[in-house]
Design a protein around this ligand. Structure first.
Ligand SMILES: Cc1cc2nc3c(=O)[nH]c(=O)nc-3n(C[C@H](O)[C@H](O)[C@H](O)COP(=O)(O)OP(=O)(O)OC[C@H]3O[C@@H](n4cnc5c(N)ncnc54)[C@H](O)[C@@H]3O)c2cc1C
Length: 454
């Protein structure tokens, strides 16, 4: 996700699930030298950053912790491929607001290298390949920021962003530069297509300070380091959770396990898929919250060439095709890697339609955009790698967003425990920092603290 904060101080007085300073303080606590077992067992479902954070904290406090993960490795949406000699992060790439962000020290500890990706080091090209002037782009971006503020002011919990935006700015609906900003900035930031994004809560979350940095040698390092020393059962999919008795019973394809507490950190998309049977069924408020919030989609595509034909000092290229969300934003990997690679994206509804396209069809479409900018003589890439987040059975989407119909009660309900036995963490449960690595991490610590307090 590219994190551009559009609206400042826009929490509109909504309740915040849990105060952040105490969580941040608990991140800074040192591991206890001697851990005294307290006799309590916790099962944590999902070894993404939320599950790992909870597991580490509870283990330090003497709980016997068993992490169960459906995939062959830890990290969840922190997943790196290095096939083409450059770290291609399929999920998260950036630390958003690195100052005071709990991921910053974890990344340092993990040996992650970071690089400041300046948002304004960008050149945007019209559909015919002509570049917009810097002045024209800056003016449009300023108007766009004001328009977002106008949408939130006029918005309601029942109307989509697109409905309110089209009412307010009918003349901009088909403006290619505005469509680019709605997609490469807003849909990338929130994960949701503007037709389904809440007009009220599309940008109400908070962020840490400082310009975003990208991890250049793989975000999975952070997860792998956090996982060190934890008891983790990989390749094990949880299918059932029974919390009717004094112990919570967790069912997998091959075993039945019991614990005093269970922390569910599977993504919102997995909760929506009903692939985990809860017994008794979850409270109505929790089910409503799962239904009333959405899992968005962002897909990434890495293309590699023998030689670079673009300005290797430029951080980002923008393009303004007719189709919203279609390969309209390019991250120049050459600014931080010797490999001649560009990463491009598909956002919103278009992201999902890419998932049934062949690699060749994807490459052709991307090359058509680049040929319009750089001419037909540019070389073909030697390789392409891609993601299909909507089809991924371990998440069914990229990250969560507030849709039309989402209420403040839903935000609270996603993070609420059930009977003080069943706890929920993960980016979708983070009211303040949803859709981020730090939001997921802090949510894991938040639930660990709840259990510790019991
Ligand atoms: C394309 C993309 C770009 C992103 N960019 C950024 C970015 O730049 N910066 C940023 O801060 N954030 C970004 N994010 C968001 C960030 O990656 C997530 O918010 C965060 O990693 C979520 O962590 P989590 O622990 O909540 O979930 P996950 O990482 O998804 O962990 C959940 C785990 O549960 C496991 N699981 C699922 N079902 C079961 C089951 N039945 N049984 C057992 N285990 C199960 C999954 O395999 C997974 O490992 C991006 C995400 C995507 C997809």
């Amino acid at each position: 996700m590219l994190r551009r904060k559009f609206l400042k101080n826009s929490l509109t007085g909504l309740p915040i699930v849990l105060a952040t300073p105490s969580l941040l303080a608990s991140c800074q606590k040192q591991e206890e030298d001697i851990v005294t077992p307290n006799g309590k067992k916790v099962i944590i479902i999902g070894a993404g950053i939320a599950g790992l954070a909870a597991a580490k904290r509870l283990t330090e406090k003497g709980f016997t912790v068993n992490l169960i993960e459906s995939q062959e490795k830890v990290g969840g949406r922190l997943r790196t491929s290095t096939h083409w000699g450059v770290a291609f992060d399929e999920g998260a790439s950036w630390i958003h607001g690195p100052q005071g962000n709990p991921i910053t020290p974890l990344a340092t500890q993990a040996g992650a290298n970071t690089y400041l990706t300046a948002d304004d080091n960008v050149k945007v090209f019209a559909a015919n390949g002509t570049a917009y002037t810097d002045a024209a782009l800056t003016a449009a971006e300023n108007q766009f920021d004001a328009a977002l503020q106008a949408v939130v002011n006029a918005g309601s919990t029942t109307q989509s962003f697109e409905t309110v935006f089209n009412n307010l700015y009918p003349s901009q609906t088909n403006n290619p530069l505005w469509r680019y900003m709605l997609s490469a900035y807003l849909e990338f930031n929130t994960g949701g297509d503007i037709s389904r994004l809440s007009s009220k809560f599309f940008d109400d979350d908070e962020q840490f300070n400082g310009d975003d940095v990208i991890i250049t040698n793989g975000y999975d390092k952070v997860a792998n380091t956090l996982a060190t020393g934890l008891a983790i059962q990989l390749n094990t999919k949880v299918t059932g959770i029974n919390y009717s008795g004094s112990q919570v019973v967790v069912t997998t394809a091959t075993s039945t396990l019991q614990a005093d507490y269970v922390v569910v950190t599977v993504p919102l998309g997995v909760l929506k898929s009903n692939s985990i049977q809860f017994s008794p069924t979850l409270p109505a408020s929790k089910i409503a919250a799962i239904n009333n919030t959405q899992m968005g989609n962002v897909n990434k595509f890495l293309l590699v060439w023998n030689t670079a034909f673009w300005d290797t000092n430029l951080q980002y290229l923008g393009y303004t095709p007719n189709q919203k969300g279609k390969f309209n934003y390019f991250l120049n990997m050459r600014t931080f890697s010797p490999v001649n690679a560009l990463m491009t994206f598909a956002f919103g509804n278009y992201a999902t339609s890419t998932e049934t396209m062949t690699d060749d069809a994807i490459t052709t479409e991307i090359m058509n955009h680049l040929k319009t900018i750089y001419g037909n003589a540019i070389p073909n890439p030697i390789g392409m790698v891609r993601t299909r987040w909507a089809q991924n059975p371990h998440s069914f989407g990229a990250y969560s967003f507030a849709t039309n119909g989402t209420t403040t009660a839903d935000f609270d309900a996603l993070a609420t425990d059930v009977n003080k036995k069943l706890f929920f963490a993960g980016e979708h449960t983070s009211r303040m920092y949803r859709g981020t690595v730090h939001g997921a991490y802090l949510s894991g610590l938040r639930e660990a603290e709840k259990i510790i307090q019991l």
